[in-house]
Structure formats: C-alpha cells, structure tokens
Design a protein around this ligand. Structure first.
Ligand SMILES: NC(=O)C1=CN([C@@H]2O[C@H](COP(=O)(O)OP(=O)(O)OC[C@H]3O[C@@H](n4cnc5c(N)ncnc54)[C@H](OP(=O)(O)O)[C@@H]3O)[C@@H](O)[C@H]2O)C=CC1
Ligand SMILES: CC(=O)N[C@@H](CCC(=O)OP(=O)(O)O)C(=O)O
Length: 343
C-alpha cells in the first residue's frame, strides 16, 4: 500500500518517516514538504541519510493518483482544507492534527480559533483511539488521530467513567509534556533558556484538548463530564505524563482498580497496567506503549491515576500507524514492536 506524509519536516512527520520506512506493509511513496520541495531528506535529517528520499511539493490531484493513504502531520487548519478532497477520491486519510476530532464546527472554531472543516466530514470522521473506538476503523475514510494529552488522559479515565467508579462532575487532569510536543516551528516559548531548568504551566483551563477529552469521556460515561485540565511544559525532548484526580464514589480498592484496568485492556498490546509503582516517561520513550498506574486514597475518598506515553509515538505517529494498520486489516502492532529506549 502506497503512503504519503504531508508535513514531513515536522517532528510528527519525521517520526512517521522513521516508522513507515521500516514498516512491513506500507510503502513510503511521497514525502510532502511546502518549505523544502526538491531538497534531499538527508540534508535536513542526517539520521535518515540511508533512506535516499527527497521532498515533493503539495499537489492534491497528483497525490490522489499516486498513493492509497495519506498522513497529515500539519498544524491545525491544513488538513481541514485538503483532506476532504483526498477522502472523496478514495484516499484513506489519517490526520494527526485537531481539525476533525471535535465533531462540530462551532466547537472547533471556539477552541482552535480557525475556520472549521466541512461539517459533513467532521461528523463522519472516525476518532482513532482504537482501544475504545476501534470498531469503525476498518471502514473509515478519514481518521482523526487523538491529541497527545487526550490519548494518555482518556486511556486512564475511560475505564473509571464507564464503570461509574468516579464522580463525572469534576475530574482534574494535570499534564506534563516534553518540548517536542510543541512542534519544530521555532518560537520564544521553546528556546533552550526558557525551557531548561524550568517547569511552566500554560493554557490552564483553556487548552484545546479539553473539549476533545470531554467529548469522548461523555460518550463512555453516558452523562455530562467536566474536566479541569492544566498542562505543563517540562525540560525533556519526548514524553507525556498525566495525573488524574477524581472522587471515589463506590469505595473501589487498589485491587479493584487493577482488575478493572487489566480486564479493560487485556487484548490491547500497547497498554501496560502497573500493579505497583508509577508510570514514568522514560519507561515508554521511543515506543508505542501507554503505561497506566493508580492509587486509592481512603483518607480523602479519592483516586489518582497516572499515564505515561511518548508524545511522538502513542501520542502522534505511533498511534497514527496503529490506526492505519487497523484500517488496512494488518495486525495493529505491525511496524510498532520497538522496545522503549534505555537509558
Ligand atoms: N508534536 C507532538 O507531540 C504532537 C503533535 N500533534 C499534532 O500533529 C501535527 C503536527 O505536529 P508537529 O509535527 O509537532 O508540528 P511541526 O510544527 O513540527 O510540523 C508541522 C509541519 O507541517 C508543515 N506545514 C506547516 N504549515 C503548512 C501549510 N500551511 N501547509 C502544508 N504544510 C504545512 C511543515 O512542514 P513543511 O514545511 O515541510 O511543509 C511543518 O514542518 C499538529 O497538528 C500537532 O498539533 C499531535 C500529537 C502530538
Ligand atoms: C507542549 C505543547 O505545546 N504541546 C502542544 C500540543 C498540541 C497539539 O498537539 O495540538 P493538537 O492536538 O490540537 O493538534 C500544546 O499543548 O498545544
């Protein structure tokens, strides 16, 4: 199956190249770049110098003739413009951006501050958190890959909501992300001296991933869910750790939670449930795993759950390849069996 990556000089795009170049079923046919058209891949990315690719410009009509599946690793607002034209010509689209995740144009415009994609495509897009919403993936024409924070947060949260373990009226999620989460585009906020030896909260209670989390939390809870989400930037390259706090409505014990998470994710190869100890970003780095740990506090009647992912793998390119595998009928682990890097 022939594939293309649009946005192939960004962090998500380069991670897709790394995965697709070694994939047993996908052929990486086109690397699209608007800024490096005609240049060789190895000039920009020496770690990929053995591959010998060059970047092409973006021409949707040509692309629709040349490939079967396109990954968009572009900023918000780009796939919304180009993906429907590809999907309408039977190209499968996996979109790493937030353009198609929120279902309703009004919600997208309110949180992203950009013109929304066509409503029809927003409504029929399949959300690619395959551990929960994978049933529709085999027929999907356009797949919205989940955001990095929602991936870790929803994998931790949805079992609790589905089993009515916690109070859905108030869930608090603290997120911490490495700097590659902000993309490769240069900016003041990601300069070394701003980030190094610093931990900085940002977009508290107004991050664009809040409505995404609430939307899919409500589907599983079958009731309104309110989430307070506060992300932080931490001085590391890769990794996301979320910590979720909620009220324990039914006196669940640590053993009950372990059984619940193990049962929920028993056939899901990328979710690792910890019986003891806490997840940490180092233990998932470079892999498609999501590690989940938890603790019940009887004194305060509350539950804390932590989840760790690599933002560029399970949070972006890894999960996109997982979704493409499921869409095409291949084992979901195809091309994703890499073990985390250590140290
Ligand atoms: N970084 C992460 O951890 C995660 C990112 N995401 C999402 O994935 C998407 C990609 O993220 P990331 O790789 O970090 O972003 P980057 O900023 O690193 O890269 C985005 C790339 O998109 C291309 N691009 C920019 N503007 C346009 C345009 N107008 N038309 C076509 N292409 C354009 C550029 O490539 P070129 O110049 O070659 O065209 C650029 O390198 C974003 O929507 C992001 O929010 C989702 C989950 C995690
Ligand atoms: C560290 C950092 O800045 N992370 C980015 C991740 C955004 C992202 O991936 O955006 P979409 O999922 O909406 O496309 C942020 O918090 O905005």
């Amino acid at each position: 199956m022939k594939t293309a990556v649009i946005g192939s000089t960004g962090y998500g795009g380069v991670e897709l190249i790394r995965l697709l170049a070694a994939h047993p079923h996908f052929e990486l046919t086109k690397l699209i770049s608007t800024s490096k058209t005609g240049e060789a891949l190895d000039q920009a990315f020496p770690h990929l110098r053995h591959l010998g690719y060059a970047f092409s410009g973006l021409n949707v009509d040509e692309l629709a003739e040349q490939v079967d599946l396109v990954f968009f690793a572009t900023p918000a607002g780009v796939s919304g413009k180009y993906a429907p034209a590809l999907a309408e010509r039977n190209v499968i689209v996996v979109d790493l951006s937030g353009d198609f995740r929120l279902g309703e144009p009004e919600v997208y415009e309110a949180w992203y501050g950009k013109e929304a994609p066509p409503r029809t495509w927003m409504e029929k897009t399949v959300y690619g958190l395959s551990e929960w919403f994978g049933d529709r993936l085999p027929e999907a024409q356009l797949i919205a890959n989940p955001g990095c924070y929602p991936t870790a947060s929803l994998l931790a949260l949805l079992p609790l909501l589905k089993e009515k373990v916690i109070d859905p009226a108030m869930v608090i999620i603290d997120g911490k992300s490495g700097v590659s989460g902000a993309g490769r585009k240069p900016g003041l906020a990601t300069l070394f001296c701003e980030v190094n030896e610093n931990v900085r909260p940002y977009k508290a209670d107004r991050h664009q991933h809040t409505p995404e989390m609430e939307r899919f939390a409500e589907i599983c809870a079958d009731s309104p869910v309110r989430i307070r989400f506060v992300p932080h930037l931490v001085p590391m390259n890769r990794g996301i750790l979320i910590t979720l706090y909620a009220t324990n409505l039914n006196n669940y014990t640590n053993r009950d939670l372990f059984d619940l998470y193990c049962e929920t994710y028993q056939n899901r190869p990328f979710v690792r449930v910890l019986k003891e100890g806490w997840p940490e970003t180092k233990a998932v780095q470079g892999s498609n795993f999501c590690d989940i740990g938890f603790h019940v506090d009887e004194r305060t009647g509350s539950i804390v759950v932590m989840a760790a992912i690599d933002n560029l793998m399970k949070g972006a390119a890894g999960q996109a390849v997982q979704n493409a595998n499921l869409r095409c009928g291949w084992p979901e682990e195809s091309g994703l069996t890499g073990i985390p890097l250590y140290p």
